[in-house]
Design a protein around this ligand. Sequence first.
Ligand code: NAD
Length: 726
Amino acid sequence: MSQSAIRWEQDADQIVTLILDDPTQSANTMNALYQQSMAETVKRLQDEKKNIRGVIITSAKKTFFAGGDLKMLIQAQPEHAAEIAAGVDEIKRQLRVIETLGVPVVAAMNGTALGGGLEIALACHYRIALQDTRSEYGLPEVTLGLLPGGGGVVRVVRMLGIQNALMNVLMQGQRMKAAKAKEVGLIDELASDVDDMLAKARAWMAAHPQAKQPWDQSGYKMPGGTPSTPALAMNLPAFPSNLRKQLKGAQAHYPAPAAIMAAAVEGAQVDVDSAFKIEGRYFVKLATGAVSKNMIKAFFFDLQKINAGGSRPSTAEYPSVECRKIGILGAGMMGQGIAYVSAMAGIDVVLLDTDQAAAERGKQYSRQLLDKRVSKGRMNAEKAEATLHRIVATTEYAQLSDCDLVIEAVFENRQIKAEVTEKVAAVGRKDLLMASNTSTLPISSLAHAYPRPERFIGLHFFSPVDKMPLVEIICGEKTSPATLAQAFDYVIKIKKTPIVVNDSRGFFTSRVFGTYCYEGVAMLGEGYPAASIEQAAAQAGMPIGPLAVMDEVNLELGRKVRVQTRLDLEAEGKSFPSHPAEVVIDRMCDEFKRPGKKEGMGFYDYPQGGKKSLWPGLQSHFAHAELAQPTPSQFAEMMDRLLFRQSIEAARCYEEGVLRSVADANIGSIFGIGMAPWTGGQLQFINYLGLKAFVERAEALAARYGDRFTPPALLKRMAERGETFE
Ligand code: NAD
């Protein structure tokens, strides 16, 4: 190989600077070129050791080093286990040579070092990072279903101790800013700029000419003790049970955290080289398993596609138009949240409601969130005041005359929405982008109220807006590509993840979300215990059970949408299939007057100041004695139903063209609906099971529970052709 990912520079002081700079990529990763280059570099370091007094490792990219080679890892199958094991062994051998060279080695991190990138730095004797607020440090492998296999587990455990390593770094894969990483102990020193960083590196080397890792020094003691230290030994048995609790029983679907824990604890009982072997074995098992593929696909490749504008019309044809000022109609729950995230992104906001007090209340919401940020030290008071100042609360439409974008978030009522849209059209600019935050009304029909329907679009936010990462952008029949491009850029500007879908009843997210809730309610109607239904959801990996979530949404509200949808469809001469959940919901609303959480009574009881618990009446009114203890196979089927129902509906959305891409489906389902993250999203779940197996199981479920499980023709076609959702 003639090119190298590492440049070697040596000065008169016999200091070697290794500059990580992969000529084939914009960021450094642990690809084949890196491995080859590092092997050559390590050999040269050994050969020329006599003439070297110290080594600085830094990077010529914007970031220090991005991490493992995910393109390679996503293809790793069980039959590649030996090859992958050899690969990580070699990476670790190289890093081990560096840390035992006998001269000081300093990592000078000029930017983000995550995963494999941080593992290189951990093999250095001292870590200095630039003190900026953008760069991130950490070992986030667990979030991709993996563990740090380049020595990260072994070294962090030896640096910080088992408990701190697991809690602060490994088990949740925290991404930290430089200051936080220093606090945790991953970074030794911060520098103000590159010159300062290199000067500090040299000063440290001069003061530590014989640097060694703590674990290579005699008398080394692991911080917090080893597993045989009585205090730690007493606590260790609680670790796996705490993990089960955190994963809410879904541990079977998340092998990575348990593997990390095992590698950390087992590795702490042996010497460094044996610990590397243990870490390597667990790594190979995870890397060749199916869950890491699902998670790498969703959280790296699909997410990257989306954030890079995969669903946006090209910037060459539709260049970015900066959004500087927006109007928001309705200062209720959604409007006030949209105002806050927009002001935080530096956008001026006109927040309009029917009376001044309501508009002011909406603005007050931002004040509360900003005050909280200030009190937590996450923002200074001056910046908070300036952010609040961007929001103008008003009742006057004239204030909207110079807005780039207006988002309507008034009551979910066609008539009111049409009225406010017409008022905006009367005062707004000709090139104004008009959006609706409706959750149920088709965008094409709302666009009728706007004189330029090509400039009308759906921007479906999720509640609470400041916390939920997703915005579903809905194109109506007449929405133009320029409108979509502008809406997309606004969503990116407010730091949300946009998915783009075509218009349809319930769009993508609400439509599929409904199938999950209804399936759980249908099980209740069949006589399954409510607690088993909620537990089946948790063990399948869903963040919140279908009954709990129905209570949050409100049963009465859901019923109103259903009645309206039926009327609309019947008016179009179409039929609306009934669902077994409807009987249960009608009884809950009419007979038991338990519409949901807001009223303090739904599937759950909500005692004032107390913890919610399932309403005992569910047992007497719905439960069947013979289902009181679902068998393992019944329980497995409950889990299947909750996941299959979502994936089948997502596949239908894809078949109908409501979904425009696989990435939109996977990311939208995880970020917007809460589809179990281990599946990699609703379409990836079908890939994971295999198209053929999925179709067969869906047909079996359809035979037992009805047409809602019938696999769409698209899936059968794909299964026959051996295709997958890419
Ligand atoms: P909300 O009842 O909390 O707020 C609606 C606000 O609109 C109120 O402040 C009301 O005074 C104001 N309003 C009503 N008529 C108006 C008019 N003619 N002119 C100006 N302001 C008017 O409702 P919300 O939950 O914020 O929902 C707003 C919209 O967002 C609805 O279309 C809803 O379907 C949609 N949505 C809601 C959620 C959610 O979880 N709540 C999620 C996504 C989308």
